[in-house]
Design a protein around this ligand. Sequence first.
Ligand code: ATP
Ligand code: MG
Length: 412
Amino acid sequence: MAVLGVDFGTSNSAAGIARDGAAHLIQLETGDMTMPTAVFFDFDSKKMLIGSAAGAALLAGEEGRYMRALKSLLGAPLMREKRNLLGEKLDFIDVVSRFLARVKAAAEAQAGTQFERALSGRPVRFHADDARNAQAEVDLREAYLRAGFEDVAFMYEPEAAALANRSVLAEGDLGLIVDIGGGTSDFTLFRNGVDAIDILASHGVRLGGTDFDRVLSLETVMPLLGRGSEIRHAFGGETHTAPATIFNDLATWQKIPFLYAPESRRLAKDLAQYAVEPEKFGRLVSVLVDELGHDIAFAVEAGKIAANKEGAGKIDLAVVERGLGVSLEADQLEAVLGAMTRQMAQAALVTLEQAQVAPQAVTHLVFVGGSSLMQVTRGALAEVFPEAAVHHGSALTAIVDGLSLAAEGAFS
Ligand SMILES: Nc1ncnc2c1ncn2[C@@H]1O[C@H](COP(=O)(O)OP(=O)(O)OP(=O)(O)O)[C@@H](O)[C@H]1O
Ligand SMILES: [Mg+2]
């Protein structure tokens, strides 16, 4: 029975199989082997759009509900809460399963075969909490089954990346995979053998590029919408700082859809009424009413990538208000994201402790995952492994390459 390798990522997904000992990826979108892990429930056409089409509909201002970073919700009780979407009662497991069904259909059309089984990647830790971490895999398994797969096996994402990158190591070399993705950072320490690898330890932490976006948004954009600003009491001259939750949610990819409810709009309007700086809260109200949360998140992500690549970027907020925007310099990335990247480096060291290996013994540091393209992450990780040779694997496809190679063997 044919087995499909699937990397269901927080930000991007990919699928593939092995052919003649090499990974062969499925073209999930025209000309592209990866596809944004995003959906859009289009209220006009009553269709569920998937991947790039979902993002395009959102940016075109179509009426509907956009969702990204669904993987971050796995394991949370709300995965199983049913909601009304396009006239159907669906829970988020259904939403993930429809996304996976699209991946399955594309793979079957291109490979000319049915895939009854999947080898899925998973982060080493979906959550720090053990119960939630276990529940997340239960939820993801159920999504694969509802998508029409008869069975699914799981492999740690960084272990898959180790399989795909072992050729850069000589026999006996000690490699550390550093996979910094959208939702999690994952590490595998392995020794390269003659025809296999020996996995010594894997560890991970729930921090990734979407968290970079969140803190950047909180520090630079949310203050323009009233974060940290004062609210007058209805009676008397005293003030208090605006509640933080609404800004935290608005800055967090997977929480944005939940803000588009009457309660948050009412709260924002109340805040605007008593605000010391009402123009800021006026923006908050219009962002919630016009449903611009994801547009802001995309603007922050684009500013982050530009600042990282070119040294300076801009978070363009013209959708919120004409001419509105903030500039973002590379040294701000270090200031705002530094603490988080040090936590990632700490998690890498925990991986080594688990195997009782000293950092100096690591001969190769292999970077994969989209957020490994950030200078701040590279710097923080390279600092703790100064002796290691640095190799950059393919940022967005290393995990699916390894899953493709391992897929057939996963059920035998
Ligand atoms: N050129 C770039 N520079 C910096 N960051 C980037 C770049 N391209 C993508 N990213 C970031 O990489 C992240 C996505 O990486 P990736 O596709 O590896 O994650 P994922 O596999 O979907 O997530 P996870 O593995 O955590 O579930 C996003 O946060 C994105 O903003
Ligand atoms: Mg990934």
